[in-house]
Design a binder for this molecule. Structure first.
Ligand code: COI
Length: 353
């Protein structure tokens, strides 16, 4: 492994004084990690430098054709003061899957986990400690070749930035209202839906902007616009009778790490979990006949968030006024493991020594 060169920031910023005002992804720490890729040389020059603006040629491919991938993960200050990461290996495995789809050269997953640990160790005083807060970690890669031809870039920059953050939703664990998008689609099978790439999120903005008064948009499949896919910042789960259903991963849904973890926990608890196709009509019908007990979203930023209402065309599907028992139990279990309040029985946590 190439050694990570560290240049310390000589003008560190004051840490946020009031953790209740952090919000999500609004402030950044004093340092960032950078690494370059050059054809013929591979990934090289890993370094930690003071956080600040980048100097990039305006012709860089990321600005024109969106050749970009990213990840989202979190560091927590554990009950005993240890610094904890939740399944960071899974994030870099997924980053490589996104890289493959976006024609970006693969990264060394183990080295990237090491880089995150080095950066987080240096910035550990930035990890907030109050309930619901964490240090959000955003690794991303951009195509940097200064040329306007449409082809995979020859140069890339890998960057990791850190942001002390609170809850993704302004009202914390209160059930959110979601708009089921009947017109726009996020992605189609064969597209880039399973990759974590900026374009998927850019494509989602219009619908979110039009869905005034709703926390998020629920995407339906891009062909028939019947099958439930995901929310964009969360995967979704429905508790219907004694079955817990989440849309199957078929290329257009992001393979969430919190999604995967929740499925493993729920199965371990003995629940019947189905990864299958589910239409919005089935959800509507289950709400009508009383078998739809709970709906929740899962994501790194959103953790486990209850959904209270779904607006679909002219129907308001009411699910619950509060947090359901399975949603609450999952939230407690996942955050308990992340913070070290519960045993890490699946071996998911890596500590920063
Ligand atoms: C995450 O949960 O980490 C995400 O990347 C979702 C996001 C776009 C905020």
């Amino acid at each position: 492994m190439e050694e990570i060169k560290v240049t310390l920031n000589s003008t560190p910023k004051p840490k946020p004084a009031d953790e209740s005002c952090l919000g999500f992804g609004k402030s950044f720490t004093d340092h960032m990690f950078l690494m370059d890729y050059t054809v013929g040389k591979g990934w090289h020059d890993p370094r930690i430098v003071p956080y600040g603006p980048l100097t990039l040629d305006p012709s860089c491919s990321v600005f024109h054709y969106g050749q970009e991938v990213f990840e989202g993960m979190k560091a927590y200050k554990g009950a005993n003061g240890s610094v904890r990461l939740f399944r960071p290996d899974e994030n870099f495995k997924r980053l490589n899957n996104s890289n493959e789809r976006m024609c970006i050269p693969p990264i060394d997953e183990e080295f990237c986990v090491h880089a995150v640990k080095e950066l987080v160790r240096l910035e550990q005083d930035w990890i907030p400690s109050s309930e619901g807060t964490s240090l959000y970690i955003r690794p991303f890669i951009i195509g940097c070749e200064p040329v306007l031809g449409v082809h995979p870039a020859n140069n890339y920059l890998f960057i990791i930035i850190l942001s002390p953050s609170g809850s993704y939703y302004a009202n914390g664990l209160e059930p959110v209202k979601i708009y089921v998008e009947p017109k726009y689609v996020r992605t189609v099978r064969g597209g880039t839906g399973y990759a974590k790439t900026g374009g998927n999120y850019a494509a989602s903005l219009k619908a979110q902007q039009e869905a005034k008064g709703f926390a998020q948009v629920l995407w339906l499949d891009g062909v028939e616009q019947r099958y439930v896919e995901e929310v964009g910042s969360m995967n979704v789960f429905f508790v219907i009778g004694d079955e817990i259903v989440t849309p199957a991963l078929q290329g257009s849904v992001l393979p969430g790490i919190t999604r995967k973890s929740c499925i493993e926990i729920l199965k371990d608890w003995g629940y019947r979990v189905s990864e299958r196709k589910i239409t919005i009509d089935e959800v509507e019908e289950a709400a009508k006949n009383g078998s739809l007990k709970e709906m929740f979203g899962t994501g790194t930023a959103a953790v486990v968030s209850p959904v209270g209402d779904l607006q679909y065309k002219d129907q308001m599907i009411h699910i619950s006024d509060g947090i359901g028992p399975i949603t609450q139990r999952l939230y407690d279990e996942i955050t308990g493991i992340q913070l070290g309040k519960l045993p890490d029985r699946f071996n998911w946590v890596q500590t920063v020594e």
